[in-house]
Design a protein around this ligand. Structure first.
Ligand code: CA
Length: 328
Protein backbone atom coordinates (compact mmCIF):
# COMPACT_ATOMS: atom_id res chain seq x y z
CA UNK A 1 0.00 0.00 0.00
CA UNK A 2 2.88 2.38 0.86
CA UNK A 3 4.61 1.77 -2.49
CA UNK A 4 1.34 2.42 -4.36
CA UNK A 5 0.78 5.61 -2.43
CA UNK A 6 4.21 6.91 -3.43
CA UNK A 7 3.53 6.04 -7.08
CA UNK A 8 0.28 8.05 -6.98
CA UNK A 9 2.04 10.98 -5.38
CA UNK A 10 4.51 11.08 -8.24
CA UNK A 11 1.85 12.65 -10.51
CA UNK A 12 0.23 15.01 -8.08
CA UNK A 13 0.74 18.82 -8.18
CA UNK A 14 1.90 19.08 -4.59
CA UNK A 15 5.09 17.16 -4.96
CA UNK A 16 7.63 16.72 -2.22
CA UNK A 17 11.11 18.18 -2.82
CA UNK A 18 14.37 16.30 -2.71
CA UNK A 19 17.15 18.37 -1.26
CA UNK A 20 15.03 21.49 -1.63
CA UNK A 21 14.47 20.99 -5.40
CA UNK A 22 11.43 19.58 -7.14
CA UNK A 23 12.11 16.20 -8.74
CA UNK A 24 12.06 16.53 -12.55
CA UNK A 25 10.97 12.99 -13.11
CA UNK A 26 8.02 13.50 -10.80
CA UNK A 27 7.00 16.65 -12.69
CA UNK A 28 6.80 14.86 -16.01
CA UNK A 29 3.28 13.49 -15.48
CA UNK A 30 2.10 17.06 -14.92
CA UNK A 31 3.67 18.21 -18.16
CA UNK A 32 1.88 15.44 -20.04
CA UNK A 33 -1.30 16.01 -18.16
CA UNK A 34 -1.08 12.49 -16.79
CA UNK A 35 -4.10 11.02 -15.32
CA UNK A 36 -3.11 7.45 -15.78
CA UNK A 37 -0.20 7.21 -13.47
CA UNK A 38 1.21 4.09 -14.97
CA UNK A 39 3.48 2.82 -17.77
CA UNK A 40 2.33 5.32 -20.49
CA UNK A 41 3.32 8.25 -18.33
CA UNK A 42 6.69 6.71 -17.63
CA UNK A 43 7.31 6.12 -21.38
CA UNK A 44 6.51 9.76 -22.29
CA UNK A 45 8.84 10.96 -19.55
CA UNK A 46 11.64 8.77 -20.82
CA UNK A 47 11.16 10.04 -24.39
CA UNK A 48 11.45 13.63 -23.25
CA UNK A 49 14.63 12.90 -21.29
CA UNK A 50 16.19 11.19 -24.29
CA UNK A 51 15.18 14.12 -26.51
CA UNK A 52 16.68 16.60 -24.07
CA UNK A 53 19.86 14.55 -23.87
CA UNK A 54 20.11 14.41 -27.66
CA UNK A 55 19.59 18.17 -27.94
CA UNK A 56 22.25 18.74 -25.29
CA UNK A 57 24.72 16.49 -27.13
CA UNK A 58 23.94 18.17 -30.47
CA UNK A 59 24.36 21.65 -29.00
CA UNK A 60 27.67 20.55 -27.47
CA UNK A 61 28.89 19.15 -30.80
CA UNK A 62 27.84 22.32 -32.63
CA UNK A 63 29.67 24.54 -30.15
CA UNK A 64 32.80 22.37 -30.46
CA UNK A 65 32.63 22.50 -34.25
CA UNK A 66 32.18 26.29 -34.35
CA UNK A 67 35.04 26.72 -31.86
CA UNK A 68 37.37 24.50 -33.91
CA UNK A 69 36.49 26.38 -37.09
CA UNK A 70 37.22 29.64 -35.26
CA UNK A 71 40.59 28.34 -34.00
CA UNK A 72 41.55 26.98 -37.44
CA UNK A 73 40.59 30.25 -39.13
CA UNK A 74 42.44 32.27 -36.52
CA UNK A 75 45.55 30.05 -36.77
CA UNK A 76 45.56 30.29 -40.54
CA UNK A 77 45.17 34.06 -40.36
CA UNK A 78 48.10 34.35 -37.91
CA UNK A 79 50.24 32.07 -40.05
CA UNK A 80 49.38 34.06 -43.17
CA UNK A 81 50.21 37.37 -41.42
CA UNK A 82 53.48 35.93 -40.10
CA UNK A 83 54.49 34.72 -43.56
CA UNK A 84 53.75 38.11 -45.05
CA UNK A 85 55.68 39.90 -42.28
CA UNK A 86 58.69 37.59 -42.78
CA UNK A 87 58.74 38.30 -46.51
CA UNK A 88 58.46 42.04 -45.89
CA UNK A 89 61.36 41.93 -43.40
CA UNK A 90 63.48 40.02 -45.92
CA UNK A 91 62.61 42.60 -48.55
CA UNK A 92 63.75 45.25 -46.09
CA UNK A 93 67.15 43.54 -45.82
CA UNK A 94 67.48 43.43 -49.60
CA UNK A 95 66.46 47.05 -49.89
CA UNK A 96 69.05 48.02 -47.25
CA UNK A 97 71.87 46.33 -49.11
CA UNK A 98 71.00 48.42 -52.18
CA UNK A 99 71.02 51.56 -50.06
CA UNK A 100 74.34 50.63 -48.44
CA UNK A 101 75.94 50.11 -51.84
CA UNK A 102 75.22 53.77 -52.51
CA UNK A 103 76.58 54.75 -49.08
CA UNK A 104 79.83 52.92 -49.89
CA UNK A 105 80.38 55.09 -52.93
CA UNK A 106 80.94 58.08 -50.68
CA UNK A 107 84.40 58.56 -49.16
CA UNK A 108 83.11 59.11 -45.66
CA UNK A 109 80.06 58.08 -43.62
CA UNK A 110 78.40 60.76 -41.57
CA UNK A 111 75.11 59.22 -40.51
CA UNK A 112 74.54 56.68 -37.80
CA UNK A 113 71.39 55.01 -36.59
CA UNK A 114 69.34 55.96 -39.64
CA UNK A 115 65.71 54.88 -39.55
CA UNK A 116 64.01 54.48 -42.88
CA UNK A 117 60.25 53.91 -42.85
CA UNK A 118 59.52 52.35 -46.21
CA UNK A 119 56.93 54.45 -48.04
CA UNK A 120 55.25 51.66 -49.89
CA UNK A 121 51.72 50.32 -49.71
CA UNK A 122 51.97 46.79 -48.29
CA UNK A 123 48.23 46.61 -47.74
CA UNK A 124 46.05 47.45 -44.74
CA UNK A 125 47.65 47.30 -41.29
CA UNK A 126 51.11 46.50 -42.68
CA UNK A 127 54.31 48.53 -42.41
CA UNK A 128 58.06 48.11 -42.66
CA UNK A 129 60.79 49.99 -40.78
CA UNK A 130 64.51 49.70 -41.52
CA UNK A 131 67.24 50.82 -39.14
CA UNK A 132 70.88 51.12 -40.18
CA UNK A 133 73.76 51.39 -37.74
CA UNK A 134 77.44 52.02 -38.31
CA UNK A 135 79.30 49.35 -36.34
CA UNK A 136 82.48 51.43 -36.68
CA UNK A 137 80.90 53.91 -34.29
CA UNK A 138 81.31 51.33 -31.51
CA UNK A 139 84.16 49.75 -29.58
CA UNK A 140 85.17 46.31 -30.86
CA UNK A 141 85.43 43.89 -27.91
CA UNK A 142 87.19 41.19 -29.92
CA UNK A 143 89.95 43.73 -30.62
CA UNK A 144 91.32 43.44 -27.07
CA UNK A 145 92.86 40.06 -27.97
CA UNK A 146 95.15 39.47 -30.96
CA UNK A 147 94.59 36.48 -33.24
CA UNK A 148 97.61 34.79 -31.60
CA UNK A 149 95.85 34.91 -28.23
CA UNK A 150 97.96 37.71 -26.73
CA UNK A 151 96.28 40.76 -25.25
CA UNK A 152 96.22 44.02 -27.17
CA UNK A 153 97.09 46.18 -24.17
CA UNK A 154 96.22 49.46 -25.87
CA UNK A 155 92.72 48.23 -26.79
CA UNK A 156 92.23 46.74 -23.34
CA UNK A 157 93.06 50.11 -21.79
CA UNK A 158 90.54 51.74 -24.12
CA UNK A 159 87.87 49.27 -23.01
CA UNK A 160 88.61 49.99 -19.37
CA UNK A 161 88.35 53.71 -20.05
CA UNK A 162 84.99 53.21 -21.75
CA UNK A 163 83.73 51.16 -18.78
CA UNK A 164 84.96 53.76 -16.32
CA UNK A 165 83.23 56.53 -18.25
CA UNK A 166 80.00 54.51 -18.02
CA UNK A 167 80.46 54.16 -14.23
CA UNK A 168 81.27 50.46 -14.47
CA UNK A 169 84.20 48.88 -12.63
CA UNK A 170 87.02 48.88 -15.22
CA UNK A 171 88.31 45.48 -14.04
CA UNK A 172 85.39 44.07 -16.03
CA UNK A 173 87.72 44.63 -19.00
CA UNK A 174 90.08 41.99 -17.55
CA UNK A 175 87.16 39.60 -17.05
CA UNK A 176 86.13 40.01 -20.71
CA UNK A 177 89.76 39.58 -21.82
CA UNK A 178 89.98 36.31 -19.84
CA UNK A 179 86.67 35.21 -21.35
CA UNK A 180 88.12 35.64 -24.85
CA UNK A 181 91.82 34.72 -24.54
CA UNK A 182 92.68 31.03 -25.11
CA UNK A 183 94.50 30.35 -21.82
CA UNK A 184 93.06 29.51 -18.43
CA UNK A 185 95.29 31.83 -16.42
CA UNK A 186 93.20 34.60 -14.85
CA UNK A 187 94.83 38.03 -15.01
CA UNK A 188 94.75 40.40 -12.07
CA UNK A 189 91.14 41.52 -11.66
CA UNK A 190 90.01 38.95 -14.23
CA UNK A 191 88.26 35.61 -14.03
CA UNK A 192 88.49 32.33 -15.89
CA UNK A 193 85.30 30.81 -14.39
CA UNK A 194 83.54 29.18 -17.33
CA UNK A 195 85.37 31.22 -19.92
CA UNK A 196 84.71 30.62 -23.60
CA UNK A 197 88.45 31.07 -24.40
CA UNK A 198 87.53 32.17 -27.89
CA UNK A 199 86.34 35.27 -29.73
CA UNK A 200 82.77 36.44 -29.25
CA UNK A 201 80.30 35.48 -31.98
CA UNK A 202 77.52 37.65 -30.64
CA UNK A 203 77.06 40.44 -28.11
CA UNK A 204 74.43 38.23 -26.44
CA UNK A 205 77.25 35.97 -25.20
CA UNK A 206 78.15 38.63 -22.65
CA UNK A 207 75.09 37.52 -20.69
CA UNK A 208 76.97 34.30 -19.93
CA UNK A 209 79.64 36.20 -17.99
CA UNK A 210 78.74 36.10 -14.32
CA UNK A 211 80.08 39.60 -13.62
CA UNK A 212 77.77 41.17 -16.23
CA UNK A 213 74.26 41.68 -14.90
CA UNK A 214 71.29 43.15 -16.77
CA UNK A 215 72.10 46.70 -15.69
CA UNK A 216 75.69 46.53 -16.96
CA UNK A 217 74.59 44.76 -20.15
CA UNK A 218 72.09 47.52 -20.97
CA UNK A 219 74.67 50.18 -20.22
CA UNK A 220 77.40 48.88 -22.49
CA UNK A 221 75.57 47.36 -25.47
CA UNK A 222 74.90 50.69 -27.27
CA UNK A 223 78.65 51.30 -27.40
CA UNK A 224 80.18 47.94 -28.25
CA UNK A 225 80.42 45.59 -31.18
CA UNK A 226 82.29 42.41 -31.99
CA UNK A 227 82.93 43.30 -35.62
CA UNK A 228 85.37 45.43 -37.52
CA UNK A 229 89.00 46.44 -37.43
CA UNK A 230 88.81 48.38 -34.15
CA UNK A 231 88.91 51.71 -35.99
CA UNK A 232 86.41 54.26 -34.70
CA UNK A 233 84.48 56.40 -37.17
CA UNK A 234 84.90 59.91 -35.76
CA UNK A 235 81.97 61.07 -37.89
CA UNK A 236 79.46 58.83 -36.10
CA UNK A 237 80.89 57.64 -32.75
CA UNK A 238 79.05 58.77 -29.60
CA UNK A 239 80.84 60.64 -26.82
CA UNK A 240 81.76 57.64 -24.57
CA UNK A 241 83.40 55.81 -27.49
CA UNK A 242 85.34 58.91 -28.54
CA UNK A 243 86.59 59.33 -24.96
CA UNK A 244 87.85 55.72 -24.99
CA UNK A 245 90.00 56.25 -28.09
CA UNK A 246 93.06 57.47 -26.21
CA UNK A 247 94.34 57.75 -22.68
CA UNK A 248 94.78 61.48 -23.35
CA UNK A 249 91.27 62.01 -24.72
CA UNK A 250 89.22 64.05 -22.29
CA UNK A 251 85.47 64.47 -22.37
CA UNK A 252 85.99 68.07 -23.47
CA UNK A 253 88.19 67.05 -26.40
CA UNK A 254 85.72 64.34 -27.42
CA UNK A 255 82.93 66.91 -27.38
CA UNK A 256 85.03 69.16 -29.63
CA UNK A 257 85.14 66.34 -32.19
CA UNK A 258 81.32 66.16 -32.15
CA UNK A 259 80.98 69.95 -32.42
CA UNK A 260 83.46 70.05 -35.29
CA UNK A 261 81.85 67.26 -37.34
CA UNK A 262 78.40 68.88 -37.15
CA UNK A 263 79.59 71.77 -39.32
CA UNK A 264 82.46 70.03 -41.09
CA UNK A 265 82.29 66.23 -41.43
CA UNK A 266 85.65 64.51 -41.51
CA UNK A 267 86.36 63.49 -45.10
CA UNK A 268 89.74 61.99 -44.28
CA UNK A 269 91.19 60.57 -41.09
CA UNK A 270 94.07 63.07 -41.22
CA UNK A 271 91.54 65.86 -40.67
CA UNK A 272 91.20 64.83 -37.03
CA UNK A 273 94.21 67.02 -36.21
CA UNK A 274 92.21 70.07 -37.34
CA UNK A 275 90.20 69.86 -34.12
CA UNK A 276 91.60 72.26 -31.56
CA UNK A 277 93.57 70.34 -28.92
CA UNK A 278 93.85 67.17 -31.00
CA UNK A 279 96.95 68.12 -32.95
CA UNK A 280 99.25 65.60 -31.28
CA UNK A 281 96.65 63.08 -30.11
CA UNK A 282 95.21 63.00 -33.64
CA UNK A 283 98.65 62.24 -35.06
CA UNK A 284 98.94 59.17 -32.82
CA UNK A 285 95.44 57.94 -33.67
CA UNK A 286 95.89 58.09 -37.43
CA UNK A 287 96.54 54.86 -39.27
CA UNK A 288 95.41 52.52 -36.52
CA UNK A 289 92.54 53.83 -34.41
CA UNK A 290 90.56 56.31 -36.43
CA UNK A 291 88.48 56.13 -39.61
CA UNK A 292 85.89 58.34 -41.30
CA UNK A 293 83.99 55.61 -43.14
CA UNK A 294 81.68 52.83 -42.08
CA UNK A 295 82.89 49.38 -43.05
CA UNK A 296 80.46 47.24 -41.09
CA UNK A 297 76.72 47.84 -40.88
CA UNK A 298 73.98 46.47 -38.67
CA UNK A 299 70.60 46.35 -40.39
CA UNK A 300 67.36 45.79 -38.50
CA UNK A 301 64.22 45.30 -40.58
CA UNK A 302 60.97 45.29 -38.59
CA UNK A 303 57.76 44.28 -40.36
CA UNK A 304 54.29 44.38 -38.81
CA UNK A 305 51.14 42.84 -40.31
CA UNK A 306 47.94 42.94 -38.27
CA UNK A 307 49.86 42.97 -34.98
CA UNK A 308 52.10 40.07 -36.05
CA UNK A 309 55.71 41.29 -35.92
CA UNK A 310 58.80 39.84 -37.57
CA UNK A 311 62.30 41.26 -37.02
CA UNK A 312 65.35 40.34 -39.06
CA UNK A 313 68.69 41.64 -37.82
CA UNK A 314 71.84 41.30 -39.86
CA UNK A 315 75.41 42.53 -39.89
CA UNK A 316 77.16 42.97 -43.22
CA UNK A 317 80.44 44.39 -44.38
CA UNK A 318 80.87 46.93 -47.15
CA UNK A 319 81.07 44.15 -49.76
CA UNK A 320 77.56 43.14 -48.58
CA UNK A 321 78.88 39.90 -47.14
CA UNK A 322 76.55 38.82 -44.33
CA UNK A 323 78.39 38.23 -41.03
CA UNK A 324 75.33 37.72 -38.83
CA UNK A 325 71.67 36.93 -39.40
CA UNK A 326 68.92 36.55 -36.86
CA UNK A 327 65.16 36.24 -37.33
CA UNK A 328 62.64 36.60 -34.56
CA1 CA B 1 90.74 32.58 -21.04
Amino acid sequence: MRARKNKLLSCTPSLPKRGGKRCVINLLPRLFNCTDRNTLCSQRGSALIITLLLITVLVGLTVDFVYEVYIDTSSFSNWSNAQKASLMARSGQTLSSLFLKEVNKVSHTTENGIELPVERDFGPNAFLLIKLEDENSKFNLNGIIYQNGMANDEELLSLKKLLEYLNINPTLGDVIADWIDPDNEPREGGSEGNSKNSFLWSIDELRLIEEIDDEIYKKITPYITIYGNSRINVNTAPLPVLVSMSDDMTEELAQRIIDYRISTPFEDESHIVRVSGLESIGQRLQGKKVTVKAEIFRVTATAMVNEIKRIIESVMDNSMKILYWKEQ
